[in-house]
Write a protein that binds this ligand. Sequence first.
Ligand SMILES: Nc1ncnc2c1ncn2[C@@H]1O[C@H](COP(=O)(O)OP(=O)(O)OP(=O)(O)O)[C@@H](O)[C@H]1O
Length: 678
Amino acid sequence: MKRIKLTIVSVDKKIAEGYKQDIEKFFNGTIEIEISSIEKHEIIKEIDADLILISTYSIFRLVKQYASKDCEIIKINTTLSKKGYEKIRNLPVGTNALLVNVGPSTATETISLLYNIGRKDIELYPYYPEIKEYPKLDIAITPGEVKIIPNSVKTIIDIGNRVTDVSTILNIITKLNLNKEKYKQKILEYCNETITANYGIRYIVTENYELENQLDMLFENLNEGIIIYDESGIIKDSSGSANKLIMNDYQNIVGEKVKDILFINENEVHVLNTVEKVLKINQNDIIATIVPAKKVGLNNGGIIILKKFSDVERKMHEHRQMVMGKGHKSKYRLNDIIGSSQEIKKCKQIAIRMAKSESSVLITGESGTGKEIFAHIIHNNSKRRDNQFVAVNCSSFPENLLESELFGYEEGAFTGAKKGGKQGLFEIAHGGTLFLDEIGEIPIHLQNRLLRVLQEQEVMRIGGDNVMHIDVRIIAATNIDLEKRIKEGQFRKDLYYRLSVLPLSVPSLRERENDIFEIFEYYRKKYKGKFALSDEVKYFFKNYGWDGNIRELKNYVEYFANLEKLIIEKNDIPISNIEKQDVLKFHEGVNNIENTKVNFEEELYTIILKILYTYYRQKKKIGRKQMSIELEKQNICMSEQEVRNYLKILEHYGYVEIGIGRGGTKITQNGVNKISKL
Ligand SMILES: Nc1ncnc2c1ncn2[C@@H]1O[C@H](COP(=O)(O)OP(=O)(O)OP(=O)(O)O)[C@@H](O)[C@H]1O
């Protein structure tokens, strides 16, 4: 292999020798160094080198003539050795001395060097052999030129030959494209042996080194395994514990592909946001946090933190995922609420007004009506929008886990508690909004605690004695009748009042029939469905009960989009034929309602009206479900859909009033009159 060649050019051969020694010593003979001197303003021969170093800029033009076209030329920066500096370090402030060197420029250069490295407080006067006038001083300082010091001088301070500055060493490494890592330690040593006037470089070299050292230590001592990978998913660095977790011994995994090592897909490696995955590696459950590293210059690379986790932690993790699944960021905007019905427009307006307030909101409505979207919208339009939106589904946690999720715990609070404790969701949501979904499911004991937090705006972690002030806005949602729960003694009245300062009732899809097809169309486009609905199917959907509301509708659209059919027929609807017939029959009935001869002698209408009358006397409304239960008591089997059909027809005749949502049905005065005549 060809050795790298460096040529040093200087006016004075002796000086060049000095530089050669410094550089040779640093590179430990791995670089070939030649000296080319200048005689009578000429260079003896052409320079054939990979890099040329010159002692002064005054010879630059001359050297350039002898150098090959693309060979770079850099000037050697010089400085003092530490030993030399020590000799002048203790000179008293205000000392006057001659600075002796071979010529005027070298003398002034040395004065400025001493000034730059810190001796600004002594007065130095240049002295060189041809000088005509100079002050007669007792002290002379010289970089090795003792012979030319005038005899009158009493004290000679020889600071020794000037040495190559670390900045030149760094220049050589960079220009010759040498492996910086290899010289890291040597650069640091060189910095310590010499004095440099280049404080910036010194700072960067030593500080970086210390930082790197600390990082290396941290890297190796963390229990978690760390993997750093580049944009091709290739591992660039890995900590000992990562190697141990993955390979079961300390075998190095640098150079391997992340996906092959962790058995995951390529797209799981290149993530846009931090994700957590649970992996099974070497019979161990490992939780891998994959952090994209755009900001640290790895492009699409990233960092993976690997951690073994116990059963307790796994449970915690699963539950955390339930919470995190809902995200700590608000994702919906007003435009995500599709529909132009008056009902939904009004609901949006109310939500926006509520957003401007700081009071608690209670969102009610059937399942799948969009309560959660409304919670996001209220947060997004409030002044808390730049802070966390933390959503938690109260029904998805066992009681004790919900408590620790909400309020957090201190280390050692219970067996299996994580080291360092855990932040509760109230703390996480500080400054933002906490969305408590399915609040009706929260157990009584926690209701007490929740109420206290809301009243006092303070939380205390489980097992802790530190009270933390929190500023969190609560939005709660429920699809069950909380007032009923209160009557049953299952929900605290005072908590209910505190939560429902601003009540928002989201209408069911049944109450806004006109929105059905608008939402249908929105999701059809979203799922890239190419289908159209047959007329019969359209009638069906218009008259369908939509108990699952928009969530159910959305599922239908997704299902149809996957069928890849152009026209969706009745038989494509994935529900039982009986229910389908009911709906369609009803449709025909309602379509022909004007002509429908309702035979009130027919027992069924009478029975239904009578049940309604009984409820009316008890000042109660009755829902479809309850109606079919009441009918069953009289040995009449009728589905909720059938009940709905009968009620619609009774409504058409003005005998009943069907309430919106789950409001239930009430007999009218007409209806009362009707049955009294029967
Ligand atoms: N107006 C709307 N336009 C479009 N999509 C909607 C609308 N309302 C709800 N959705 C969608 O319907 C689904 C159910 O909404 P969401 O989860 O907000 O309902 P929910 O009332 O909170 O239900 P649950 O009580 O079961 O938690 C979601 O996928 C949501 O995106």
